[in-house]
Design a protein around this ligand. Structure first.
Ligand code: PLP
Length: 385
């Protein structure tokens, strides 16, 4: 039985976004589609199948459980890379399924070698180097310790890549820090070469870096948020617009996801009444309001209390009062003839009007990522053209 809302994934929007990324990074660079966090809430299985149709042949995930789902959805049609966690007991699975993974600890490397030996196989690794994010990655002295381990076990370990991640490429405020990271990355790379280790691929760029710092694209880009049709930040969009030569300054991205529910109840409230729990919303005029059966338990953030927007019968309306666990209220005073069952668009477009996650105002750049990834797995995902 279906729940009170549905998510729709648009094939043409994804194709558009992939084409856009391709046009920016050039023909030769591999586009790795980042599908961690349940494909940013889009639904890993459905999204991966769509992405394959759009020509994607490389996927990145955070952990081995996510990789497992991608292997399942791709049937060996794509290369899969784990950028973060693999519990020891999953190493065997990763190696025997040809799944590549980041390494950032010598112990991870020796464990991988032991496992590969046991399987009479080869572990494919990406050496993550520390460049200034200070999260995970080998620093200079640790790399030196890694070199002999790699040399001694060449038949069981293949250095597929060298990589790093930037500390906020979506914000101009981090410009200097990013430039330092690029330099330090190149130093690491040269050091490896000088020691006879030749990584096949250099990759550093997430969406923001790929757009703002073209030299970070190297051999492969790891694209998350852009492919879903969102800019990493307003700054990255402005940066793009300032660089394009054509007079068309429209957003070249299209949202892949839309989220729809329907009106559950309509009622009238008179001036001076509070609406919903507590005193967070006071009717300043006579109002018509609609209850919608979507709340924070369905992934609609409480942060959007009194702030979120939705489309009802083609008119943009606001969330009023607190977002409840299973419900929210909309001010539909301006919308004529609303009936129970009418469509409510929480994310998506209608007749040129658009509700994007980012339209919730300044506090919401991070919210794009957060709201999307919190969309529960159990909301059905449907593929549309
Ligand atoms: C999440 C992630 C990305 C993708 O980031 P976007 O900003 O969504 O493009 C790339 N690389 C790493 C290591 C990541 O964790």
């Amino acid at each position: 039985m279906e729940g009170p809302s549905s998510l729709f994934l648009s094939f043409s929007a994804l194709q558009n976004n992939i084409n856009f990324v391709r046009s920016r990074v050039g023909k030769k660079v591999i586009i790795s589609s980042v599908v961690k966090g349940n494909a940013y809430g889009h639904g890993i299985k459905e999204f991966v199948q769509l992405a394959l149709k759009c020509g994607i042949k490389h996927f990145s995930v955070f952990s081995s459980d996510e990789a497992y789902e991608v292997v399942d959805a791709t049937n060996g049609e794509a290369q899969i890379m784990i950028m973060g966690e693999i519990p020891h007991e999953h190493l065997e699975w990763a190696i025997s399924n040809n799944v590549e993974f980041f390494v950032f600890e010598c112990t991870r490397v020796t464990e991988a070698i032991n496992e590969a030996k046991r399987l009479k196989s080869v572990a494919k690794i990406h050496i993550e180097v520390e460049t200034g994010l200070n999260r995970t990655g080998f620093n200079e002295s640790e790399i030196a310790k890694l070199i002999p381990i790699l040399h001694d076990n060449q038949e069981h370990i293949h250095v597929k890549g060298i990589c790093t991640h930037f500390a906020g490429a979506e914000s101009v405020a981090n410009h200097v820090r990013i430039q330092k990271q690029i330099k330090r990355f190149n130093k690491h790379y040269k050091y490896l070469l000088s020691k006879g280790i030749e990584p096949e691929l250099k990759h550093t760029a997430c969406s923001a870096a790929a757009m703002v710092y073209p030299k970070t694209c190297m051999d492969m880009v790891r694209i998350g948020i852009l492919q879903y049709g969102f800019w990493p930040s307003k700054e990255t969009f402005i940066d793009y617009v300032s660089k394009v030569k054509t007079p068309d300054r429209n957003d070249p991205l299209k949202r892949v996801i839309s989220w729809k529910s329907s009106v559950m109840s309509v009622k009238y409230v008179t001036t001076g009444e509070f609406i919903g729990y507590g005193t967070s919303f006071l009717a300043q005029q006579d109002m018509k309001i609609a209850a919608v059966p979507v709340g924070y338990s369905h992934g609609y953030s409480r942060v959007l209390s009194n702030l979120g927007r939705a489309l009802v019968n083609g008119i943009r309306v606001g969330v009023i009062g607190l977002v409840n666990m299973n419900m929210m209220m909309l001010d539909i005073t301006e919308v004529e003839e609303v009936e129970v069952g009418d469509e409510v668009i929480l994310i998506g477009g209608y007749n040129g009007l658009e509700i994007s996650v980012a339209s919730f105002g300044e506090l919401s750049n991070q919210l794009n990522y957060e709201l999307l990834t919190r969309l529960p797995q159990r909301i059905p995902r449907k593929i549309i053209e």
